[in-house]
Design a protein. Structure first.
Length: 489
């Protein structure tokens, strides 16, 4: 097995790996970010509510949260390339189906199918861990993470333009040829890692987690309509609590759990996953709320078109692109803890900025630029801390767990934002020849202020969490076998 590992640290094919994984990141972020400016349009077309429209983002993340550790474990035991290709095929099929959705229910179903492909990212990072020498892992993950910014920038602008001119369905149709191309390219150029860790999938844990998170989200989604103290809302919240308790009991007893409590007992893994949860929650909370702010008519919003709304996100995406490889360089020189702490502080500063200044488009652009820097530093440092803190055979499940925590936060983010957007509304005053008349109810300034304050409070907790992460020197023991393998080449 050691000889096999050593062979994998030879430089042949590493450029192809970075290119392919970067294309995957661009494809996924394009597909996801193009939805953001179109959320109000989808709500109107399907005659839905803001809370159920938030499920367009949430359902993808719910399924992805469950599928990531399952496919990560399958990748460790059956081959990471094989599982990556399966995820890419499922993702592509979901993208194709989304373009033909006929109502909100069918769109949510197809988005759930698409969410199975979210496991691509932990598998991609695990492939980097297997194929690259340790001194190049941080830079490789930084480059791939930077492509999140590229895909986001392209998706927000191109997706908004396509939606404005040809409808939101065409955004999905337009990405299908690229998705097929990247899948075939990965099948042809990537090589399968011989590193295997035989294991079993924790379906019981996955099912328990799914029931718990869905019950909680439905309660949050319908709480305003049913009443927060109604039997339906309280019953679902109680169900969610029971299943999360069961999840802890199940995961502490099954031999190979979806959420490995043994890995979570590692200090750096635990606190990094909590930080990932904070990043996912606040990031998607801001994406949803700012989209509604920009699209809402004055005096609360800017009354912008989908395309104009997409343009506001681009500078922040560019800074995310630039910050990610810079964070990788800092990881190599100073360790992964420093960029994690710095990133969390910058992210918190962006939410404070949004609370104080969000009255003009320029202010929103600046806020997202600050946010992009913080996200870039945190995303790269988190994945490197995880990689450095576990054995090589545990990379797939460890990175999948990190994705699970980040996407679990991402599931809650839009739901929390939608509760504020639905709770604090005011009628739009429409001027007519007969005088002003009340129009539809729209989110008011209080809703957005509460969202920004909530994001700030949660992110400050994230700053405290990052301070408990230890320096790189304390992490090298688990990483040493990989270094020895590289030195033997």
């Amino acid at each position: 097995m050691n000889d096999t590992k050593n062979a994998h640290f030879k430089p042949n094919g590493t450029s192809s790996i970075v290119i392919i994984l970067s294309l995957i990141a661009i494809m996924v972020m394009f597909t996801e970010s193009m939805l953001i400016p179109a959320l109000p349009t989808l709500q109107a077309e399907f005659n839905s509510t803001a809370t159920w429209t938030a499920w367009i983002l949430s359902i993808y993340l719910v399924v992805g949260t469950v599928s990531a550790p399952i496919f990560g474990k399958l990748g460790d035991s059956h081959g990471k390339k094989k599982m990556l290709l399966i995820c890419m095929a499922l993702y592509t099929f979901g993208v194709v189906a989304n373009g033909f959705a006929w109502n909100i229910q069918s769109l949510l179903t197809f988005r759930a199918l698409q969410g199975l492909g979210l496991a691509m990212f932990p598998l991609a990072y695990a492939i980097i861990r297997d194929e690259f020498p340790p001194e190049k892992v941080a830079m490789a993950t930084g480059i791939v993470s930077a492509m999140f910014g590229v895909g986001t920038a392209i998706g927000l602008v191109a997706g908004a333009w396509i939606t404005d001119n040809f409808g939101w369905r065409m955004t999905y149709h337009s990405i299908v040829p690229f998705a097929i191309f990247v899948t075939l390219l990965a099948a042809y150029l990537l090589r399968e890692s011989p590193i295997r860790t035989p294991s079993k999938v924790d379906y019981l844990g996955a099912g328990t987690f799914s029931v718990g998170i869905v019950a909680f989200l439905v309660a949050m989604t319908e709480g305003q309509n049913w009443g927060w103290t109604s039997i339906n809302t309280l019953g679902l919240l109680a169900t969610s609590l029971v299943f999360f308790v069961l999840l802890f009991l199940v995961e502490s007893r099954v031999p190979e759990p979806m959420i490995d409590l043994t890995l979570l007992s590692k200090r750096n893994v635990f606190f990094t996953n909590i930080a990932a949860f904070v990043v996912g929650l606040t990031m998607y909370m801001m994406f949803e709320s700012i989209t509604y702010l920009v699209r809402s008519p004055p005096p609360v919003g800017f009354g912008s078109s989908i395309f104009d709304a997409g343009l506001l996100f681009v500078p922040g995406s560019i800074l995310l692109l630039l910050a990610s490889p810079l964070a990788g360089a800092v990881v190599n020189k100073r360790g992964a803890r420093l960029p994690l702490v710095l990133g969390s502080v910058v992210l918190s500063a962006s939410f404070l900025y949004f609370y104080l200044l969000h009255d003009t488009k320029l202010q929103v652009i600046v806020g997202f630029m600050v946010m992009g820097v913080g996200m870039g530093f945190m995303l790269v440092s988190m994945i490197n801390i995880i990689i450095q803190s576990v054995r090589q055979g545990e990379t797939g499940i460890a990175t999948a767990m990190n994705t699970l925590f980040r996407t679990a936060g991402g599931v809650l983010g839009p739901t929390i934002a939608s509760v504020f957007l639905a709770e604090y509304v005011s009628p739009l005053v429409i001027q007519t020849p007969r005088g002003p008349v009340p129009g539809p109810l729209l989110p008011n300034a209080t809703a957005f202020n509460y969202i920004f304050l909530t994001a700030l409070g949660i992110s400050l907790v994230g700053v405290l969490v990052t301070l408990f992460v230890t320096s790189r020197a304390a992490e090298t023991e688990a990483y040493e076998p990989v270094k020895e393998a590289a030195a033997a080449v």
